[in-house]
Write a protein that binds this ligand. Sequence first.
Ligand SMILES: N[C@@H](CCC(=O)N[C@@H](CS)C(=O)NCC(=O)O)C(=O)O
Length: 218
Amino acid sequence: MGNDRLILWGRGSSRTMRVRWMLEEFGLTYDVNPIQSRTGETKTDSYTAINPKQKIPSLQLGDFVLTESPAIITYLAENFDPPPGFHVPRNKAEQATLDEWCFFTAMELDAHTIYIIRRHEGLTEIYGEAPQAVASAREYYSKQANAIADRVAAAGTYLFGDAFSIADIMLATCLDAGRRYDIELPASLDAYLTRVERRPAYRRAFEMNYEGLRTLAP
Ligand SMILES: N[C@@H](CCC(=O)N[C@@H](CS)C(=O)NCC(=O)O)C(=O)O
């Protein structure tokens, strides 16, 4: 890695929040190019050379570029010194359980539901109206949230007991989106999210990621 600095591209979205939060949890030094979606900033030639998908976030370290928020936070977890109390899988079964949480949140909560609600309810001027798809996505989100409620209640403070992990970053950012879309969360998930959002790194990352866009709950 030499003397290269970590550079985060993007701010203002739940996916950029994941990376910022992770960088703050690990106490890493990084620079930010605070480009935002739907401003044209993701479509410039220089940014398209970094991320041809024209999306944020991207992470740069010298010549190495990584996109996709779950992949970026996994990379950071696996390649930098974890802070005390951070969950590091000790065997393949623990790694698989961590993967299970990350893929579940990315696919079942983010891709199958939050994206649909965001695009076809919040951004209809770009993506068009699709009320049936939105209603179905809302129902599906609730079904999946209920399916994990007991497991989260039994897990302890975080998904891996007292140890915080990238799975918590994935789940919490997806639950925060559900709350913002006025989806009623099961009590155990609501309490879990409130607990996670008290973490100082979350609060620092939120203030920077959403500056001028959202206000941190007290
Ligand atoms: N799967 C990607 C999704 C990234 C994504 O959809 N980013 C949106 C903002 S949340 C974006 O950059 N949109 C481009 C634009 O609207 O200009 C990830 O998790 O990083």
